[in-house]
Write a protein that binds this ligand. Structure first.
Ligand SMILES: Cc1cc2nc3c(=O)[nH]c(=O)nc-3n(C[C@H](O)[C@H](O)[C@H](O)COP(=O)(O)OP(=O)(O)OC[C@H]3O[C@@H](n4cnc5c(N)ncnc54)[C@H](O)[C@@H]3O)c2cc1C
Length: 426
C-alpha cells in the first residue's frame, strides 16, 4: 500500500487555495465511470462527465493535482505535441478536426475559470521565442496559418529590433506573440475543477491508490481499502501510472522537468523583464520556459533530465540557464525549486484510446498537457457517451512500443534525450 504523500514543496503548494481535501475510499461502491488518477486528465474528464449527468468516482493515490498538473509551468499553450505528425499521417480530411482539438483545451479552461469562478490567476499572453533564424521561419509560417484560421490581431510576429519592448533579455532574436494562449496557477485550476466536479455530485477520493482492475462487463477497480464497480473505467495516471502495463508500457516514458521560483521582484524590475506579463517558451527539444507569478516571482523552468531521476540540486541545474537569459537576476534569491514527471511518447502524439469497450486511457502529452488534458477529457467523455470520432483519430495514428517497456525505458529515454540535445545544437 502506498500512503498518501503531501504536495511536494513548491511555489504552487505554498500558495494553493484552501481546499477541504477528500477522504480515502473505504468500502465497496458503484458508479457509471471510475477514473484512476486525479490530475488534469482525471479531474477534467470527471467534470466533463459530471456536467453530462454521469455518476463519477475519481481515485487519486496522493492528493488532487499531486502529479505534473500541480507542479507545471502553468503555460496554457494551444496546439499539442505530435500535431503535425498526426495531421500528416491522417491526411487532409482530418486536418481541421486536429486543429480544433489542439485549441479546444484553451477554450474549456477559459470557460471553466469563468463558470465556476476558479481563482487561478488566469491571464492571456504567450510568446514563442526564437534562438535561431530557422525558428523565426517556422514562427512566420505558423503565424500565416493562425491568420488563415482567424486569429487576427491576437497573433503578432516580433522581430529582433522590437524584442526589448516585450522582454527584458537579449537571448532571443524574435518571436511570435499569441493572445489566445496564456498562463495560470495550475494547482489552483486543478483544485477548482475538482471542487466544481464534486459540486455536481462526483465523488473524489485521495490516498486511494488503484492496485488493479478486474475486467468484465462491469469492471471492478480495487484499492487497498475498497473497490469501485463501474460501467466504464478511465486510466489517467500519465507518467506516474503503473496500471495495465501489459498494454500500455513501452508507449509512455517519464521525463523530469524542473522549475525554480525567485523571490518576488521589485515592481520596476518585473516590469522591465516582462512588461506584458506573458508566458515564454523556446522551441528547443530541451527547452527553457518562464513566466511571472501573480506575486511577481519569475518561475523559470527547463527540462534537464529524461531518465526520471531528480538532479541532486534542481536550483544548480536551472539557475545558470535563468542567468543566461536574465543576467540582471544574478543577485536574486531563489525561494522554491521543484520538479515533476511528464509522460513522453516516442512520436509525441498523445496516447488516447481504449483497452477494451469499457476501459479508456489518455496519457503522454510530452510536456504540453495543460490545454490538451482538457481537450482529452472531453474526447474521453464523448467516447463514453458513444461519440468516437475524435478518439478514433488518436487510435488510428498508432504508436511505437519500445520493446521490454518499463525495464529499458530510462535508458531509451536518456538516449533519446541525447539525440534531441544534438538536434537543438543544429
Ligand atoms: C515541471 C513541469 C512543467 C510543465 N510545464 C507545462 C506547461 O507549462 N504547459 C503545459 O502545457 N504542460 C506542462 N507540463 C506538462 C503537464 O503538466 C502535464 O502534461 C499534465 O499535467 C498531465 O496531466 P495528467 O493528469 O495526465 O497527469 P498528472 O498530473 O501527472 O496526474 C496523474 C495522477 O495520477 C495519479 N496516479 C497514478 N497512478 C495511480 C494509481 N494507481 N491510483 C491512483 N492514482 C494514481 C498520480 O498520483 C497523479 O496525481 C509540465 C510538466 C512538468 C512536470
Amino acid at each position: 500500500m502506498v500512503s498518501r504523500q503531501p504536495y511536494p514543496d513548491s511555489y504552487y503548494a505554498a500558495t494553493r487555495n484552501p481546499d477541504p481535501g477528500y477522504p480515502a475510499l473505504e468500502g465497496d461502491i458503484e458508479c457509471d465511470v471510475c477514473i484512476c488518477g486525479g490530475g488534469f486528465t482525471g479531474v477534467a474528464t470527471a467534470l466533463s462527465l459530471a456536467e453530462r449527468g454521469y455518476s463519477v468516482v475519481v481515485l487519486e493515490q496522493h492528493r488532487i493535482g499531486w502529479g505534473a498538473s500541480g507542479r507545471n509551468g502553468g503555460q496554457v499553450i494551444g496546439g499539442f505535441s505530435g500535431e503535425a505528425l498526426m495531421a500528416k499521417r491522417l491526411g487532409e480530411s482530418a486536418r481541421d478536426l486536429i486543429w480544433d482539438i489542439g485549441w479546444r483545451g484553451n477554450t474549456i479552461i477559459a470557460e471553466r475559470v469563468e463558470k465556476y469562478a476558479i481563482d487561478c490567476d488566469f491571464k492571456y499572453g504567450y510568446m514563442d521565442v526564437a534562438l535561431k533564424p530557422r525558428h523565426m521561419r517556422a514562427f512566420e509560417a505558423y503565424h500565416a496559418e493562425l491568420l488563415r484560421r482567424g486569429f487576427g490581431d491576437d497573433v503578432r510576429v516580433v522581430q529582433r529590433d522590437e524584442m526589448r519592448s516585450v522582454l527584458g533579455s537579449d537571448a532571443y532574436i524574435g518571436g511570435l506573440i499569441n493572445r489566445r494562449s496564456g498562463h495560470l496557477h495550475p494547482l489552483n485550476l486543478c483544485l477548482g475543477e475538482a471542487r466544481a466536479a464534486a459540486g455536481l455530485g462526483a465523488r473524489l477520493f485521495e490516498g486511494s491508490e488503484v492496485l488493479g482492475i478486474e475486467h468484465g462487463s462491469r469492471p471492478l477497480v480495487r484499492t487497498s481499502a475498497g473497490s469501485v464497480k463501474a460501467a466504464s473505467v478511465v486510466l489517467a495516471g500519465n507518467a506516474y501510472q503503473q496500471l495495465e502495463i501489459r498494454h500500455l508500457s513501452g508507449q509512455v516514458f517519464p521525463a523530469g522537468s524542473f522549475i525554480i521560483a525567485t523571490e518576488p521582484l521589485e515592481r520596476d524590475l518585473a516590469q522591465q523583464i516582462n512588461p506584458l506579463d506573458m508566458a515564454f517558451c523556446d522551441p528547443n527539444h530541451v527547452l527553457d520556459y518562464f513566466r511571472m507569478s501573480a506575486d511577481r516571482r519569475l518561475l523559470f523552468g527547463g527540462r534537464c533530465n529524461y531518465s526520471g531521476r531528480v538532479p541532486s540540486s534542481i536550483r544548480r541545474s536551472i539557475e545558470p540557464r535563468m542567468h543566461r537569459v536574465f543576467p540582471q537576476l544574478r543577485n536574486t534569491r531563489i525561494d522554491y525549486e521543484w520538479g515533476g514527471n511528464i509522460g513522453i511518447v516516442v512520436n509525441r502524439v498523445p496516447v488516447i484510446g481504449r483497452l477494451r469497450d469499457n476501459v479508456y486511457y489518455s496519457l503522454g502529452y510530452s510536456g504540453h498537457g495543460v490545454n490538451m488534458t482538457h481537450a482529452a477529457g472531453e474526447i474521453v467523455a464523448d467516447a463514453i457517451g458513444g461519440t468516437l470520432q475524435k478518439m478514433d483519430l488518436f487510435e488510428r495514428v498508432g504508436h511505437w512500443r519500445i520493446p521490454f517497456g518499463q525495464s529499458l525505458s530510462a535508458q531509451m529515454v536518456a538516449l533519446g534525450m541525447l539525440y534531441y540535445r544534438l538536434l537543438d545544437r543544429l
